[in-house]
Design a protein around this ligand. Sequence first.
Ligand code: ADP
Length: 348
Amino acid sequence: MFHSARLKLTAWYLLIIMVVSLSFSTVIYRMFSIEVDRFARIQRLRIQRGITNGLTPFTDDNTIPPRAVFDDALISEEEQRFILFLASINIGVLVIAGGLGYFLAGRTLKPISDMVDEQHRFISDASHELRTPLTALKSTLEVNLRDPKLTIATAKTLMKDSISDVDKLQSLSDALLELAQYQTPTNVLQCTTLQLSAVVDRAVRNVAGLAKQKHIAIDHKTPATSIEANEHSLTDLLTILLDNAIKYSPAHSDISVSAKQSDGTVLIAVRDHGIGIPEKDLPHIFDRFYRADTARSKQTVDGYGLGLSIAKRIAELHAGSITATSEPKKGSTFTIKLPVKQSRQTLS
Ligand code: ADP
């Protein structure tokens, strides 16, 4: 599809360039013909005048007749040579414009083709992630439905398990929708001036229940810094990092959130003392559906590997970035870097 679109665009480029080039050549040829006609007229007049005055033009010996001095065939030969010259220029333009047009068409279509590829990957990743748990759920239900000895008690347990599976699928589809929404290329966040401490407080409140279950304390002393950002998205970003910090930390550990401002940038760090991330996984944790291969985390902690992709996208939409450092079995620190002020286009 991309190739045929590239060829079509090249053809359009070529058509436009050739129309311009041919029109230009026609104008030049017209001007050339007018000049040649003028030259021929003047020459004829001069010869005529010479004959009238009894002079033979251009010759000393008076043997060459005036007709032979002025040669019409020479003029038309010159015209033909000029047409040939213009034609070869146009062929050259055709060849160069063809190659250049093909190259430019490729460059013009590249972002669109990348976006289409990305969407295809997203759809296939998402359907793969949804299909596996759906197939498992369906086969469990079918097997139990066919069981003639199924008791009410077993059926109730099965229903409870199914509801919890459906809940997980729902949270997966919510995360997918959120990611899709942030990945829309035209997505521009509406930003307002916010107190950073208020956003951190809200994110901490969002995960308070989870932290309480694991007896994890969250220390958050944020300086009085204001920042231009989208309130909902920035809260989401911090909630994702805090949620992970809790998920991947042992009970009774602690987490800290700190922030500092320098040179028009705010650095927010979320630090935990959890299981950490192996060095080989660190470069991939922000990839969609990637889950680090820590035996404990993959099997016991719920997740789909979408949280950090969403977090990264939110940081990017704020013209910022997010990085992670970690030491296995010691803990991880996620640092968000955001500009204090957003460029005009992202402001509400
Ligand atoms: P998930 O839903 O699996 O938590 P994320 O995208 O949020 O998905 O995280 C991707 C992976 O990065 C996780 O599966 C986990 O292996 C690793 N990870 C993220 N945050 C932490 C953390 N604070 N401590 C240890 N590992 C983490």
